[in-house]
Design a protein around this ligand. Structure first.
Ligand code: A3P
Length: 315
């Protein structure tokens, strides 16, 4: 019996089924057949049960740090390249495979341990919900929504502090109002600044995969001003044991203008930056820009009987 070499068979197979070129990782431990051949040392428990999916600039790092202070919540280990975010489900890291992902988590040493990760770019990525659902169908998903113009402005200052060549050469207004005729790099910056704040579009996509009970929406303003209530709600949502009182772990620091951990202090100076208020022209432009998106978010949340974040109720 003659057969072509494996690479040739693969080439023929994928020319017949091109939609299968990109893998979709599922949990080998969810299937009896796979469990039998899955090596014992590759634990099935080294997978997160909770994912903070973003978006960027809504307080995701504060939430991560506060959750890390809980004895039962263990976050993913820092990646030497990607620092605090693994960003497995988007981009090329996904092709590194399941083992690569699992290596970023500690082996849970207590049945109450809940592993979690935060990657702030999952929220507005088109592939992320599908891929996360395929691997972790029971995961709890945490989304933070801040007033979208404020989020966009924070993003602009974040990029400036990283000397991003585009934002260094354009004002905030020039970035957000860049027309379709603008150079590609400027339109890309505009999209990266504004797209994550189109909350309804992205939330609807997550709801196509995850049941509503598995999704927690956090009001980003409430996270800044009243993190203790947010953390209480999150503990209930994720079924965290033991339930701890965060009022003993967090205190408001006047100088920083934010809550900080009593034991380890405030977040670094690149979180909670000081910058001038947004100019009136940009503010008006963004009010108009996000008006329909916010209306759509209100409709979506009403449809699923979910309370509005305060900033949305007030706009
Ligand atoms: P600014 O630096 O623009 O004020 P992310 O971690 O997702 O990038 O979000 C950064 C934002 O988190 C900060 O944006 C800040 O407004 C917000 N934030 C919320 N709680 C915070 C806290 N306790 N300390 C610092 N920043 C906090």
């Amino acid at each position: 019996l003659l057969s072509p070499p494996p690479a040739e068979i693969a080439r023929r197979y994928f020319s017949m089924y091109p939609q299968e070129i990109n893998p979709v990782w599922t949990n080998p431990c969810d299937s009896e057949k796979h469990r039998e051949i899955w090596p014992e040392e590759k634990s099935c428990r080294r997978l997160p049960k909770l994912i903070i999916v973003g978006p960027q600039k809504t307080g995701t790092t504060a939430l991560l740090r506060f959750l890390e202070a809980h004895p039962s919540l263990k976050s993913s280990k820092q990646d030497p390249v990607y620092f605090e975010e693994i960003q497995f489900f988007i981009g090329k890291n996904y092709l590194n495979g399941l083992e690569w992902y699992q290596e970023h988590f500690p082996e849970p040493n207590d049945p109450r341990t809940i592993l979690f990760e935060k990657s702030a770019n999952y929220f507005d990525n088109e592939l992320a919900p599908k891929r996360i659902y395929a691997l972790l169908p029971r995961a709890k998903i945490v989304i933070i929504v801040s007033e979208p113009a404020r989020r966009a402005y924070s993003w602009y200052h974040h990029m400036r502090s990283h000397d991003d060549p585009v934002v260094m050469n354009y004002t905030f207004f020039e970035v957000v109002s860049a027309p379709e005729t603008a150079p590609r790099f400027l339109r890309d910056a505009r999209n990266r600044c504004l797209k994550p704040g189109m909350y309804a579009v992205h939330l609807a996509r997550w709801l196509q995969f995850f049941p509503q009970q598995q999704i927690l929406l956090i009001d980003g303003d409430q996270l800044s001003k009243d993190p203790i209530t947010v953390l209480n709600n999150l503990q209930i949502f994720a079924g965290v044991q033991p339930f701890i009182d965060y009022s003993g772990k967090l205190e408001y620091q006047e100088e920083k203008g934010f809550y900080c951990l009593t034991e380890t202090g405030c977040l670094s100076s690149n979180k909670g930056r000081k910058y001038p208020p947004m100019d009136v022209e940009s503010s008006r432009y963004l009010d108009k820009f996000f008006k329909d998106h916010n209306t759509n978010l209100r409709t979506l949340l009403s449809d699923i009987n979910y309370p509005y974040p305060l900033w949305l109720a007030q706009t």
